[in-house]
Design a protein around this ligand. Sequence first.
Ligand code: IPE
Ligand code: IPE
Ligand code: MG
Length: 240
Amino acid sequence: MKKEEKKKLPTHVAIIMDGNGRWAKKRLLPRAMGHSAGAKNVEPMCKAAWDLGIKYLTVYAFSTENWTRSDDEVSTLMKLLKDYLVGCIEKSRKNNMRVRVIGDVSRLSKDLQDAITRLEDYSKDFDGLQFQVALNYGGRDDIVRAVKKISEKVKSGEISEDQITESMVSGSLDTYEIPDPDLLIRTSGELRISNFMLWQLAYTEMYFTDVYWPDFDKKELEKALEYYANRDRRFGGRKS
Ligand code: IPE
Ligand code: IPE
Ligand code: MG
């Protein structure tokens, strides 16, 4: 057995892909170029994750707060996202990758919603990397929508209030079929969660790096996995 195969690996890695703007600024380029470099980095990172033995990967592509950016920047991002999702059909086939979008897609353009439906349908039986793209995603919004689904069930009499459990809440979130992340990576040196998977990250290990997202490559991912492998995971219990 190779040495790496013995290492403790996360099942689910989540990434806050941050720093596209600063990557561009450092090169005296417009922010849009940073976003396009960032978008280009997604496929190689999916491949790298799969090669390194990761089963689930979730990336934060656009937050519920990102609508507050300039109209120009929002439309650049929406265009890149649409191109990415359309091109992803071929990538999902080539890489045997299942793709799902988490977030409130109802606020996205019809084009984008159609691209998402096509991609999710097309890739639903692929059993390689299980890849989630968080788009118009907010952890608080995810929880609010879950609460609404559960209240509907209470209102209709399908369940009673005392049947509400943590697993029911988990099962009502956008990530209902997906295990909670074991490792969260945030690039670009910011040390915050920025409204990403608030419920799901309850016991996730965190890795922060100064590297900007467009520069984050397989070597950097290996460093994050090395960090994870050396963590002593605890879930509130006491080791004897
Ligand atoms: C991350 O890069 C991409 C999105 C949030 C859509 P940023 O655009 O946040 O880059 P910085 O943080 O300004 O460098
Ligand atoms: C978080 O990055 C959202 C995404 C990476 C999509 P931001 O750059 O939007 O977060 P803040 O504003 O620094 O918290
Ligand atoms: Mg940022």
